[in-house]
Write a protein that binds this ligand. Structure first.
Ligand code: SF4
Ligand code: SF4
Length: 356
């Protein structure tokens, strides 16, 4: 017996109601897909039906004017059907072949960049940065903008050995996909938070604050009616700041970013992989972050030069070995690359065993 339809605003509506009719009609019966150009691909069904995908870049944080504009374009050429990928590419789903050239022309005229499909860089998934989040160690939108200004051609025309997924997270809580991206930038704090005891008494629940620390670095300080932090145990995650703002983690002089490499979600050819540390720390240098941009470009171009066709960055590094990765990229190998966190009780060593 069919259950009565609930009317609720909890949870997402069923995706099926948003599928273009041609996808509904041919669901599970697709024969092949083909990349026609850097930002356009076609899926062909067993029935002979086709659907064209036209991908454009987005800055992720979109104005309502932009959302209205892309919705109007989708209404005009795709019966309103468009989607955002998990990395915030905008994809227009065109079921009438005649509209492909027309939508391409209008998107170009309106200043959108078509690309990102196939063996190249796609849109960069990123977090909130200084625009929104209270615990950001770096900006996200700003970093992504300067990065893509430099790597623009790898989105539009230039080919790489395989697709390269980039990500930026502005702290280690990591609302982005940094752990499973080919090259990712992650913001890091590097100092134990400072405590404003007078305000802790007024604003914070002591048990909740103590419980917020994943490494049990926080304990009560009865004399001050506040808390104290064991500096040796602190890993600068900023969790305590979230529940108790007078414990302040921000430090403009010492905050910056790490760069991790080699992660992927796909299980094609090799298992999914976690990203691993390549560069432990670079200072924030807004508004253009030249050191970070050139470090990412160096890793990308070294991979482009040395990897075999179809190898993802992680697969390339595993084939040549991490020692050779450090040699080829010229990145310094430091003690931070040894993955032992003293207070984790057991080692989290998951990285390659280095020979030196
Ligand atoms: Fe906030 Fe960290 Fe998420 Fe950035 S990654 S939005 S700082 S929680
Ligand atoms: Fe604990 Fe993280 Fe706060 Fe350090 S920053 S005291 S590890 S919650």
């Amino acid at each position: 017996m069919a259950l009565p339809q609930r009317k609720t605003d909890i949870g997402p509506p069923h995706y099926e109601q948003f599928l273009p009719p041609v996808i509904k009609k041919n669901y599970g019966k697709w024969k092949y897909h083909e990349i026609l150009s850097p930002g356009i691909m076609v899926h062909v069904a067993e029935s002979g039906d086709e659907i064209y995908t036209v991908r454009v870049a987005s800055p992720r944080l979109l104005s309502t004017d932009t959302i209205r504009e892309i919705s109007d374009i989708a209404d005009k050429y795709c019966n309103g059907y468009l989607r955002f990928t998990s990395r915030n590419n905008i994809e227009f789903l065109v079921s009438n072949k005649k509209n492909v050239e027309l939508i391409k022309k209008e998107l170009k005229e309106k200043g959108y960049t078509i690309g990102g499909i196939g063996s190249r860089v796609s849109n960069v998934v990123h977090t909130q940065g200084w625009v929104h989040c209270h615990s950001a160690c770096t900006d996200a939108s700003g970093l992504v903008k300067v990065l893509m200004d430099e790597l623009y051609e790898y989105f539009t025309t230039k080919e790489l050995p395989n697709k390269v997924r980039l990500a930026v997270a502005c702290c280690v809580n990591m609302c982005g996909a940094v752990h499973c991206s080919d090259i990712a930038i992650v913001g890091v704090h590097r100092k134990t938070p400072t405590i404003n005891h007078e305000m802790v008494v007024k604003l914070c629940e002591i048990p909740t604050t103590i419980a917020s620390c994943p490494t049990r670095a926080i304990s009560p300080d009865p004399a001050k009616k506040s808390v104290k932090i064991n500096e040796d145990k602190c890993m600068y995650c900023g969790n305590c700041f979230t529940v108790c703002p007078p414990i302040d983690i921000h430090d403009p002089e010492n905050d910056g970013v790490s760069i991790v490499v080699g992660g992927k979600v796909s299980s094609l050819r090799s298992d999914p992989k976690f990203s691993k540390l390549a560069i432990p720390f670079l200072y924030n240098n807004p508004p253009r972050w030249p050191e970070v941009v050139s470090a990412v470009k160096n890793i990308l171009e070294t991979y482009a030069k040395h990897a075999k066709k179809h190898e993802r960055i992680g697969e390339w590094i595993e084939r040549i070995g991490w020692e050779r990765f450090f040699k080829l990229t010229g990145i310094e190998f430091t003690f931070q690359h040894l993955d032992d966190f003293t207070f984790a009780r057991e080692t989290f060593r998951t990285s390659a065993a280095f020979k030196w």
